[in-house]
Design a protein. Sequence first.
Length: 323
Amino acid sequence: MLLLAGCASDAELAAAPASGPQPWRQLTGGRVAAAQPGIGLPTLPAWPALPTVPAPRAAPAPFVRFTSPAAVALRGNDLLVADLATARLWRAELASETLVAITEAPVSPEIALALGPDLSAWVLEPRSRRVLRFARDGRLAQALALPLAVPTPAALALADGGATLLVADGASAQWFEQRGSVPRFINPLHQGSTPSAAGGAGYTGSVDGIAVAAGGRLQVLDRLSGQVHECTRDGRCVQSRGRGELMQPVALVLDRRGRVIVHDAHDNSLKRLADDGTAERWSAERLGVQRIGGIACDGSLLAVSDVAGGRVAILSLLHEAAP
């Protein structure tokens, strides 16, 4: 089963800060899903009947420990974990407490992951400029070669109920949308912007991360200016946050209330941005990890991989105080 290390007790949860994530469990690895058990010899239809040969007892499934988990994705019962040390992508099923390897998936420090509504696994591999989709059983279901106009893909997201793929392209400061066979390129630098009271004058830099908010608007990470921009799907920037708070932002997710959580590599922390431009900082120590490798959020759960400590911390946002 999955090794759940450091689960918080009721007393620990009660003593934890009222705001922000609360420790729930830490995954250090799990049992690889076992093969189907063997089948014994059938009973012969002779008289007198011969005894059946009992089926051999299945060997216990091997336990695999995470070594250097980086990119993660979370949806419901499913957690994707890319382990850099073993170059293996794992699907952890939290209910059955097993790991299943997605053997054909490429793993590198630059990959980005997503889980679709049908629990298919999406993998962005920037080195080959491909997006791969793997079915629930691990089969490669789709492969998309990105256009030459997307030279530096950095992150991906799914919109419109999983029907639209969005890929952030850092150097060209745009995102690419694909729905069916129709490609679309959106460059917010060319769309104009509305100055924000809290965060600056709108879009000024790059497109390095992307997340879909309620109502279809996008939260776009701009590493160049150290901001997160709220944009319409046509690229118009309506609000910018994080200026002066984000030093080296590398990834973003949205919490259950649609608030932006950013991984800031400068101080190895997560920062949740408020509408007034301030940031609530969560240190790696508070999150229960040594060095943050990747983040994912779904509903009331936040997953933070520990690339140095060989674990994935799962934290609950369910019982935090309402804003």
